[in-house]
Design a protein around this ligand. Structure first.
Ligand code: HH2
Length: 270
């Protein structure tokens, strides 16, 4: 069996490349393909293990993107990165056809914020022997913030993700990571609770991915409302995540994330 991509015995760093006009923190910056390529190269130089290419914003309230448009945005970028850079490519999509095309163009990981609930997505991953990242969310990006209600958020997320891992394994998929989905149908308090109780999710026995980068829950703390004031908070959240057992970190600012991971890993080793 091939070595797992998502479990390499160290914390992996996933750099975010949003090829969108409307992502919450960097919308429009990387729509131009030459700028997207440069950003991918920079992130790899700064230590990204994986480049996560997305063509549809999933920010709260975001509208769905037409399939052809999403393909047009992501496929050339995935193709170029896979051919030119020494890195793994993941495709951040909810659509089986987008995943399929990107896997044919060199992506090896599917990052699905709907956790492979679409049978066609599972079948696509199975056919390509892709690694799978299954994220927890409720509803859709358009409706999710009305659904941020839980008895025990960590217990509910854990039960849901445990079920998704079982479904993927039943389909024969073996390279799997889970993600509680910070900011997806979660209040700020839910996100902090998830970070504090991360070891409970890590106990599911598959790598946990955490994506706190620049997110709104950081902006609820004093002096962090403005996006440009969330850099240090992002680094702190990454540190907390690794100390709590996260094995994959998804971030916009790769160099800073790499340094935070190094500190947290040194603490864990000490
Ligand atoms: N967050 C975003 C998008 N995809 N995938 C996973 N697995 N985990 C996350 O936390 C996650 C994700 C949202 O962040 P971003 O990509 O920066 O913004 P947008 O969705 O507006 O493009």
């Amino acid at each position: 069996m091939a070595a797992p991509l998502l479990d390499q015995g160290r914390t992996l760093l996933m750099g975010i490349l949003n090829v969108t006009p409307d992502s919450f923190s960097d919308g429009g910056r990387f729509l131009d393909s030459s700028v997207a390529r440069e950003q991918a190269r920079r992130m790899v130089d700064e230590g990204a293990d994986i480049i996560d290419v997305g063509g549809e914003s999933t920010r709260p309230g975001a509208a769905a993107v037409d399939e052809e448009e999403e393909l047009r945005r992501v496929v050339p970028v995935v193709d170029w990165i896979a051919a030119h850079l020494r890195t793994l490519v993941s495709i951040d999509t909810r659509k089986a056809r987008v995943a399929s095309e990107c896997l044919q163009h060199g992506a090896r990981i599917v990052n699905d914020v709907t956790a492979f609930q679409d049978a066609a997505m599972i079948e696509t991953a199975r056919q390509h022997k892709a690694a799978c990242i299954a994220m927890h969310m409720k509803g859709t990006p358009d409706t999710m913030m009305d659904l941020a209600q839980y008895g025990d958020v960590v217990a509910e997320v854990k039960e849901y993700l445990g079920g998704r891992v079982a479904a993927l394994r039943t389909a024969g998929l073996v390279d799997i990571a889970i993600d509680p989905g910070l900011g997806f149908a979660k209040s700020a308090a839910h996100n902090f609770q998830i970070l504090r109780r991360l070891p409970e999710l890590a106990a599911l026995g598959v790598p946990v991915l955490i994506g706190p980068s620049r997110k709104l829950f950081l902006g609820t703390l004093a002096d962090m409302e403005a996006m440009e004031n969330r850099r240090e908070g992002t680094v702190a959240a990454i540190t907390a995540a690794v100390l709590g057992g996260a094995r994959i970190i998804r971030a916009h600012e790769v160099a800073a994330a790499r340094r935070a991971i190094a500190v947290a890993e040194a603490v864990l080793r000490a």
